[in-house]
Design a binder for this molecule. Sequence first.
Ligand SMILES: [Zn+2]
Length: 372
Amino acid sequence: MIKKKLTLLLLVSTIFIYAQERCGTEANTLKLISKYPDYAKEREKVNTETKNWIANLPNYQSKTIITIPVVVHVVWKTSAQNIPDTQIQSQIEILNNDYRRNNIDQINTPGVWGGIAADSEIEFCLATIDPNGNPTTGITRTQTSTSQFSILGPSVEDASSGGIEPWDIDNYLNIWVCNLGGGLLGYASQPSNWLSSNDGVVIGYTNFGNSGNSNEPYHKGRTATHEIGHWLNLDHIWGDNNCSDDNVSDTPKQEEDNYGCPGFPHNPNSCSTTNSNGDMFMNYMDYTNDQCMNLFTKGQKARMLAAINLYRPNLIYNTCVDPTNVINMSTSNKKLVKIVDILGREENKLNTNSPLFYIYDDGSVEKKIIIE
Ligand SMILES: [Zn+2]
């Protein structure tokens, strides 16, 4: 038994080292398993339960938009780490655009996958009521003497190591923003019937939102889009092993993670397939640069809605209420119809530094210029 535990800890450390470039969710799962053996059994059930839920409700759509209340815990030592409210608000706006497929770079999704790109019908709002029933901005700020946090400790989710405990994990998405060590951009805990007391998402302060201290090439808020995807039970698109399974049927098999900004098609016919379109490297669950990510698929949407219904059901009903005295960052319910250029020609490629007109189904039009 001792030998088994030591092996697991070694595995955690090894994965932690290899995961340094981007995401520590797999390492976090292994850490939780080593600490709480019951967590492994519960996680094993999740894929079966999720597949059954989707099979029983193949056409399930959320009846109304699910709006998840978020609390952002800023844990800071230096003033740079004490990120401004505007940086936090920019992140909430990015999440709403990405999860509702109102992201302006959606036209970069290759046409072959346009039909399976999903509006997840999930939105996010900064919490307006705290766990004691009092009005809140949905932001907490904690000054710390801890210089750097990590998955293996010191833990930002633990007050005894200089962090802050989560708000009620059944009713809020807890996001910690801090100085995260080891080169990690972020990590998350995936759902099950047994939830960790530290359930939530952790993001490095230089990779949060698209303003303030947000640094290239992870400066467009897609780290949080990715990590919340894990929190809603999505796996990495390559399945964390060569040509492995991400438990989603409409994403192509992929040999490994991608970095940077590959050109399309990338790695066609890999994994012994005849998939000439290659990797879906622009999926939020790959490791490419923020500016090259632009979609979740319908299969991923089904898995996220299953996760909320099965493991995070309070979030369906516990939304942000009475926003009269707080900033409500939830977007409206309008949907993008098409994008045209200044001459009215429909655009199917993202052109930078020239005006584009976004036409919505409520008749409104927004003029946007993407400056690179
Ligand atoms: Zn990840």
